[in-house]
Design a protein around this ligand. Structure first.
Ligand code: MN
Ligand code: MN
Length: 459
């Protein structure tokens, strides 16, 4: 039988040359560094901008005119980034877009976080995104973010990452006394209001632990308690991303959803060859809570960026934005669910992703009867397959999990609503949304190769 008649799924690590293996390992070494530097959307933005600027990208506000070959970016409030490499074709002929997100599930501090209870000092938190709350207890945690004073002065905070820094943690009941907790359903065993961060224990002369901690914070950062009102402080795992496995084939680390696709796509843009078409990579915020707000994908800030490209390239005529969108193609670069050997029953194996088997294309997301799904047109899936096959990119096409077990969505539908052809395309992950997500280096590199080939597509 013709060995192409059946679709055989083959592990990507098989038949790799030593050179290819080394390329994958080198690429992922830099990726692990990126994960350790960029644990919040603000830090990821800073890092992506610095990568762009090192490669000749210029803030679009500093350019009056844009020409073929120009490289520009726009920072949306330091939390989401749009970058473009201008091609010789008209922008209205369509762009090649890759869109990822750089926010990740975490615990945010509440506006009045600091309090004292049972003679200890604590911070109240409010979880952000879909977390399994029990996973966030009894692990080392760091605090990253900004405090902005009423006069506009911004204080950056990053504590818990250096070996000399203290860390913080959320406590849990000892097993000896957990009888009642064991009886609860796992989703209720740790409640949202139980996610209180332990931050100190020494009382002041007035016997107040809270006062002593606030004094220490004031000495270190020059802020008063009221300044927490205007802060964005995120509690994230303090441990580092690491190579995983005797064979070093995997990466374990926090925030791989979706900084793995963000990293692969920025690298793909930077390494992309000249193209007639304008190539755009976009890194959005707030995906984990529904892409809302002015830094989320639902806002019109991305339209504004494309309008600025059209304006500065002198192409803006009535309807130019719509025309651009209708002629554009996009990969929604977001992670998928890899089969977990411990929990295989949630996957339908014929239509599930295995880590190490290549970048994942997900034709549709959604829940139940595809409710809320962005369902890519077969013609477009074929086009992307063609691009990947021509560029020797290993890919697998899969669903999020078994029908009726749950579901989810990405930013894909938002750009599809504007008229683009869009498909989800990213790295399959195990333990998604946990403090320590697992990915395969082979898939990360496949995503990079796939994104690059997609950006370089001519028509
Ligand atoms: Mn995601
Ligand atoms: Mn997610």
């Amino acid at each position: 039988m013709d060995n192409k008649i059946l679709n055989k799924k083959i592990c990507g690590w098989k038949n790799l040359s030593e050179n290819e293996k080394k390329e994958i390992m080198d690429f992922c070494k830099d990726y692990v560094n990126f994960l350790n530097i960029a644990k919040t959307e603000r830090e990821a933005s800073n890092e992506i901008i610095s990568m762009l600027e090192k490669n000749g990208y210029i803030n679009i506000n500093d350019k009056e005119k844009i020409e073929n070959g120009d490289k520009v970016y726009m920072s949306n409030r330091g939390k989401s980034i749009y970058a473009a490499k201008i091609g010789s074709n008209k922008i209205t002929d369509g762009i090649n877009l890759i869109g990822s997100h750089i926010d990740s599930p975490r615990l945010d501090l509440k506006p009045s976080p600091l309090y004292e209870d049972a003679k200890l000092g604590l911070f109240k938190t409010h979880y952000y995104g879909g977390i399994k709350k029990y996973q966030w207890t009894t692990i080392p945690l760091a605090i990253h973010g900004v405090v902005v004073k009423a006069n506009g002065e911004k204080i950056e905070i990053n504590i818990g990452e250096n070996d000399n820094d203290p860390i913080f943690t959320i406590t849990d009941i000892l097993p000896h006394l957990a009888g009642e907790q064991y009886e609860k359903k796992i989703g209720k065993a740790i409640e949202g209001e139980d996610l209180n961060l332990l931050v100190g224990s020494i009382p002041s002369n007035d016997d107040s632990v809270k006062e002593n901690i606030m004094n220490l914070i004031n000495e270190k950062y020059g802020i008063n308690e009221i300044d927490f009102y205007s802060s964005e402080l995120e509690v994230v795992p303090a441990f580092k991303a690491r190579n995983l496995g005797f064979d070093n084939s995997m990466v374990a680390g926090y925030g791989q959803d979706d900084r793995v696709c963000a990293y692969a796509s920025v690298k793909a843009l930077l390494d992309s060859n000249e193209n007639d078409k304008t190539m755009v990579a976009m890194f959005s915020d707030k995906e984990e809570i529904g892409s809302v707000g002015n830094t989320g994908m639902c806002s019109e800030m991305f339209d504004y960026f494309i309008n600025e490209l059209l304006n500065k390239k002198n192409e803006n005529t009535p309807g130019a934005l719509n025309k651009t969108y209708c002629n554009s193609i996009m990969l929604s670069a977001d992670v998928g669910a890899g089969v977990d050997p411990n929990y295989q029953t949630v996957s339908e194996k014929n239509n599930a992703s295995y880590i190490g088997y290549g970048v994942e294309l997900c034709k549709y997301t959604g829940s139940r009867g595809k409710s809320g799904a962005s369902d890519a047109n077969a013609e477009f899936v074929a086009k992307v397959r063609g691009i990947f096959e021509n560029a020797n990119v290993t890919y697998q096409v899969s669903e999020l999990g078994k029908v009726d077990l749950g579901g989810g969505g990405t930013i894909a539908y938002i750009l599809a609503d504007k008229g683009m052809d869009v498909i989800d395309c990213g790295v399959p992950i195990i333990s998604m949304h946990s403090p320590y997500e697992v990915s395969s280096k082979y898939d990360i590199y496949s995503a990079y190769k796939g994104y690059k080939a997609f950006l370089e597509t001519k028509n």
